[in-house]
Write a protein that binds this ligand. Structure first.
Ligand SMILES: C[S@@+](CC[C@H](N)C(=O)[O-])C[C@H]1O[C@@H](n2cnc3c(N)ncnc32)[C@H](O)[C@@H]1O
Length: 261
């Protein structure tokens, strides 16, 4: 069992909570700088751990909420950062509307890698409460999020996220700056929600994208025909594969299918 000790608190590292703690002050500062925080911002940090990012965030902002699931770390944050509003619990169960009662949020975090997708979709569903997200995640997932059409990384995650948000791959972070060291590299991603004509159809659109990619090597026609009426579709050539369509083309095709249904 790996133990990590910091400022008279020792914890047994819980792998299933994705506990890899940042140790490099320059990287920590770079992450917080990239969130472009202003003193009046309402910041929510996911998984503060021993407060590596929290400390730098608190140097800029006063309104900071941190959500930590590990009781030992929650108690550490409570005593080390009394000004932080500490929510002890699961980020996936947090009520973002409540957190945003005093204004929209800037969300930050070196997030637990095993629940990256659930966190991204929770944030997507709550995007009306969010100004921006600055998240560190597994490098490979960051590439998939920001991927462009025709690349091997481009798929469901890229189309679903990029339709409702601007997604920017910011920089890579190597394994060496964590304790304990993770098995994979990481990267920081900037996500800015924006409003689109599809906002009301988010759920249907996400289902449509999953269906279009159901079998990657098959044409759109083959993947979609069971669930959608494809007669008369003209916005996109249905002999193409989903992986070749831009995010805009996905939106056009969805809108045409939706109008005809
Ligand atoms: C990768 S560590 C980052 C810790 C710290 N922010 C750092 O950069 O050193 C992830 C943190 O998220 C916490 N965590 C894991 N699952 C969580 C969940 N569902 N809700 C809230 N926090 C969680 C872990 O206990 C851990 O503190």
């Amino acid at each position: 069992m790996t133990k990590v000790e910091y400022k008279h608190t020792e914890i047994a590292v819980k792998k299933k909570l994705g506990q890899n703690f940042l140790t490099d002050r320059n990287i920590i500062r770079k992450i917080v700088r990239s969130a472009q925080l202003d003193p009046d911002d309402n910041v929510v940090e996911i998984g503060p751990g021993f407060g590596a990012l929290t400390r730098e965030i608190c140097n800029v902002c006063q309104n900071v909420t941190a959500v930590e699931k590990d009781p030992a770390l929650a108690s550490f944050i409570r005593s080390e950062f009394p000004s932080v509003n500490l929510v002890e619990g699961d980020i996936l169960k947090v009520d973002f509307q409540e957190l945003a009662a005093n204004g929209q949020l800037k969300v930050m975090g070196n997030i637990p890698y095993s629940i990256t997708s659930p966190i991204l979709f929770k944030l997507l569903e709550n995007r009306r409460h969010i100004i921006s997200e600055t998240l560190m995640m597994q490098h490979e997932v960051a590439l998939r999020l920001a991927a462009r059409p025709g690349t091997k990384e481009y798929g469901i995650l890229a189309v679903q996220l990029q339709t409702f948000c601007d997604v920017r791959y910011l920089f890579k972070v190597g394994k060496k700056v964590f304790r304990p060291r993770p098995e994979v590299d990481s990267a920081v991603v900037g996500i800015t929600p924006r409003s689109t004509a599809l906002d009301r159809y988010e759920h249907e659109f996400r289902t449509f994208v999953r269906t279009a990619f159901r079998q990657r090597r098959k044409t759109l026609q083959n993947n979609l025909r069971e669930n959608y009426n494809l007669s008369g579709i003209s916005s996109v050539d249905l002999q193409r594969r989903a992986e070749s369509l831009s995010v805009d083309e996905f939106q056009l095709l969805f809108t045409e299918l939706h109008a005809g249904s």
